[in-house]
Design a protein around this ligand. Structure first.
Ligand SMILES: [Zn+2]
Length: 151
């Protein structure tokens, strides 16, 4: 998570495409040993999924192992943080919902998103970011949030 934040905060990531609302869709994230990963973000309300691909050569790619077998890889976390930084939101990622709620309260008007892997969909993490559109949203319990998102 520290690595993801470092990559996003210090602009090592590169936004490749955005959707019609200028939200970040595809991000290029550097990995170890000069590897490059392409992360595709998809949004469904408070739910975000990430598809991470290791780029091989000019026109080829394979699934990122971390995002396929390990839940949510750090490239995906870096991509979603890049998206938050683009809108001057201050993002934090945590695996614990209780901690996400605490962070949400510390960051006034913060909102909690669920980030899960498109390739494995087994594990998820929580992204806390300030979102002015959802300023007055009621606090939800983890159970309510996950139920709403179809878990
Ligand atoms: Zn990855």
């Amino acid at each position: 998570m520290k690595k993801a934040r470092f990559l996003a905060e210090y602009n090592f990531t590169h936004i490749m495409s955005e959707d019609t609302n200028e939200k970040v869709k595809t991000v290029l994230v550097p990995g170890s040993e000069g590897k490059q990963y392409q992360v595709i973000l998809r949004r469904f309300g408070s739910k975000i999924t990430s598809e991470c691909r290791l780029i091989i050569g000019a026109n080829n790619h394979i699934d990122c192992k971390g995002n396929t077998f390990g839940g949510v890889c750090y490239h995906s976390m870096a991509a979603v943080m890049t998206s938050a930084f683009k809108f001057d939101y201050n993002p934090s990622i945590t695996r614990k919902y209780k901690f996400a709620q605490k962070l949400k309260n510390l960051k006034s008007n913060g909102n909690v998103y669920v980030l899960s892997s498109h390739q494995s969909n087994k594990n998820h993490v929580y992204l806390v970011a300030k979102n002015i559109d959802l300023e007055n949203e009621e606090e939800k319990t983890e159970e309510q949030l996950l139920k709403e998102l179809g878990y």
